[in-house]
Write a protein that binds this ligand. Structure first.
Ligand SMILES: *Cc1c(COP(=O)(O)O)cnc(C)c1O
Length: 353
């Protein structure tokens, strides 16, 4: 059997959720959109079921998948509904839904609903991506209330730069949110992972931790005690010695300066390991650090075993996890851990704990 796999440590996931919840105070949605950032939404939600206050997903189908798996918690649709018919499903499955623009209010006005909605009204406090501007929030709140079809209107916003502790944007967004929602009743939710870690002023009734649940610290300059949940790993499937001067792999990107022992690893970009990984990207073979050499191909990649004489066919190769920080790999290819995690596919997923 091909040894490429993603090991998912559900005990680490629970540890990270507890840490987020206690750091934030109050309650916390476990954000499990995009298949729990590539970790498996149903498995992760089940693993958190005993302690999570609720879950958040991007859209209806992701919520229905959790309901079908027996998750009975509150589930928030972060993008809200895309058409009025989806409101029937929201009611049937007792979902909570974000309202971020006028067309979604019109959908509620126009649709006959069999039960009232639990709505989270989204404030655009400065990110300018979604939500009502602070001076429009009261009007939107009133209009929603006037539909007579909502039982609860909670208030939320989202930060553009909460992972940058030295930038004023987040404090300004908090102030804009507070100004626009002053005197309005209802629960509040402001903080994503980085605001949970770095912006206590943003801690209100509900936190919305995403990436930190998966142990990829969005502010890694400080150790917050998160545990990586995914280990992406495989094995050496073949070994070959190449002489000085030999070129290796597609495009001949790697040229051996000295006689080189090359380990062929069963992992490629079709599994989600980034093709753009540069020469020298760290990998761990049997727990020892070495480096990627040559281009990553679809199904395979090559690593340097010259200084690891004990490594051979069957040696374990960690691409990221406890030993190799996914943040390190992401930085090397100009992206963020989120994108790498969401891209993992084709490998076997094995759940521990
Ligand atoms: C994805 C998302 C989150 C979680 O963000 P992280 O940075 O992963 O913690 C929180 N709130 C909203 C609205 C989101 O879309």
């Amino acid at each position: 059997m091909r040894p490429a796999r993603a090991l998912i440590d559900l005990e680490a996931l629970r540890h990270n959720y507890r840490l987020a919840r206690s750091r934030h105070g109050g309650r916390a949605f476990a954000v499990v959109k995009a298949n729990a950032y590539g970790h498996g939404a149903v498995e992760c939600a089940r693993a958190l079921a005993a302690e999570a206050d609720g879950f958040a997903v991007a859209f209806l189908d992701e919520a229905l998948q959790l309901r079908a798996a027996g998750i009975t918690h509150p589930i928030l649709l972060l993008e809200g509904v895309f058409d009025a018919a989806e409101l029937d499903e929201v009611v049937r499955h007792q979902l909570w839904t974000v309202v971020h623009h006028d067309p979604q209010i019109e959908m509620i006005e126009s649709r006959a609903l069999s039960a009232p909605l639990h709505v989270w009204l989204k404030v655009n406090s400065g990110m300018n991506r979604a939500g009502f501007l602070p001076d429009r929030v009261r009007g939107a709140w009133q209009r929603l209330n006037d539909t007579g079809k909502v039982s609860d209107i909670a208030l939320m916003t989202h930060f553009a730069r909460a992972d940058e502790p030295d930038v004023a944007t987040t404090a300004e967004q908090i102030a804009a949110f507070d100004a626009g929602t002053r005197d309005l009743p209802g629960l509040r939710s402001l903080a994503n992972s980085s605001a949970i870690l770095g912006w206590p002023d943003a801690h209100r009734d509900w936190g919305r931790p995403g990436i930190l649940l998966y142990g990829a610290d969005p502010m890694p300059e400080e150790n917050h005690g998160l545990l990586p949940v995914m280990t992406l790993e495989s094995q050496i499937m073949a070994v070959r010695d190449i002489p000085a001067g030999a070129v290796l792999g597609y495009g001949g990107r790697f040229v051996a300066e000295v006689p080189t022992r090359v380990g062929l690893v069963a992992m490629g970009y079709a599994d989600g390991y980034p093709r753009s990984a540069p020469e020298g990207t760290p990998v761990a073979v049997d727990g020892k650090l070495t480096r990627l050499i040559g281009r990553v191909s679809m199904d395979m990649m090559t690593v340097d075993l010259t200084d690891l004489p004990d490594a051979g066919i069957g040696s374990r190769v960690e691409l990221w996890g406890r030993q190799i920080s996914i943040n390190r790999i992401a930085a090397g290819v100009g992206t963020i851990s989120y994108e790498l995690l969401c891209n993992v596919k084709r490998v076997r997923f094995e759940y521990l704990g």
